[in-house]
Design a protein around this ligand. Sequence first.
Ligand SMILES: *Cc1c(COP(=O)(O)O)cnc(C)c1O
Length: 389
Amino acid sequence: MNIKELDKQYIANTYGRFPVTLQKGKGSIAIADDGKEYIDMATGIAVNTFGFCDDIWVSAVAEQLMELQHTSNLYYTGPCARLAQLICERTGMSKVFFSNSGAEANECAIKVARKYAADKYGKDRNVILTLRNSFHGRTITTLSATGQDVFHNDFLPLTEGFDYVEANNIQDLEAKVKSGNIAAIMFELVQGEGGVMPLTQEFVDRIFELSAEYDIITIADEVQTGNGRTGALYAYMNYGVKPDVFSTAKGLGGGLPLGATVLSDKVQNVLGAGDHGSTFGGNPVCCAGAVSILSRIDDALLADVKAKSEYIISELTAANGVTAVDGMGLMLGITTVRPVDDVVKECMDKGVLVIKAKQKLRLLPALNIDWDTLKEAVEIIKTVCSTEV
Ligand SMILES: *Cc1c(COP(=O)(O)O)cnc(C)c1O
């Protein structure tokens, strides 16, 4: 059997895959098993921060791999301590809990918020407000947090204690906060899976004002928006706010599984010994790679992310067959006249890997994609979007 047949027979049916088997890659170029080359504008859903098999990241990972691959959290290791230091120094936060995925990073954030509220106000104060159309993960609790009924229906009952506010609706937010028992508000600054929709400055400001007034924990889900993706190190920095907790994953590991729940001074000691844990969390190989990734997300790189973002936005806003471009930095959602599935398929036929978010084309290129490659991809996307059918 070939790979596609093996996969169809033995992999659980949870994924709809594109009809391409990727074999290797370098930077922003992926090569399929039939030898066809693609420009990668998806980075494994905002994971491969510096593209495929980036030399610096590969060296950092390989060096650690040959020293020590895993210890459990019963011992100290250098890479995870150094990564936590780097994250805290660059954000002004105080402590980090490491896990292996976005969902787990959010689980930890939710536990911190629930315990903070219970310690201070009693067990009844346990509701986590999230936003409609959000995405926070696939575990039963993070599905509960995800404000989209389509993800819920087959798996009821979900974890209790979640309520939902319409994104960018300040009245709805105020009403839900004042209804009481709110432990935390959790939000993506740019809703990724929900269609690449940024929150408005006014709405974010109101979240932080109300949270200060009612002592509600703010949790920014930076799983997709984090680590330079939006042109700031973390997307909340674009809004001039500072959450009590943020979670991140995807791009942090640059291609290896790593989640982080980052705690401000206010909540840094909420969890004590034995309150939470992870066998793999803070794995030295993943963390060594992440130290290298994060060290390279500096002001020059972020300026470059913004310049590339402006280029894509101006080219595609003016393109035939494109009706809107939303998003921030190199996390962009393109509304097309043609059905998005047709656009994705035709881009792939023409050698560009793109994905969707709801009914939009979603672009998540490597932060260091070179200009020529980017221009080539944008030209192909423009041609496909403008094709009359
Ligand atoms: C992808 C994503 C998650 C879930 O991350 P996993 O690593 O798949 O568990 C959570 N929140 C946001 C905003 C995401 O984009």
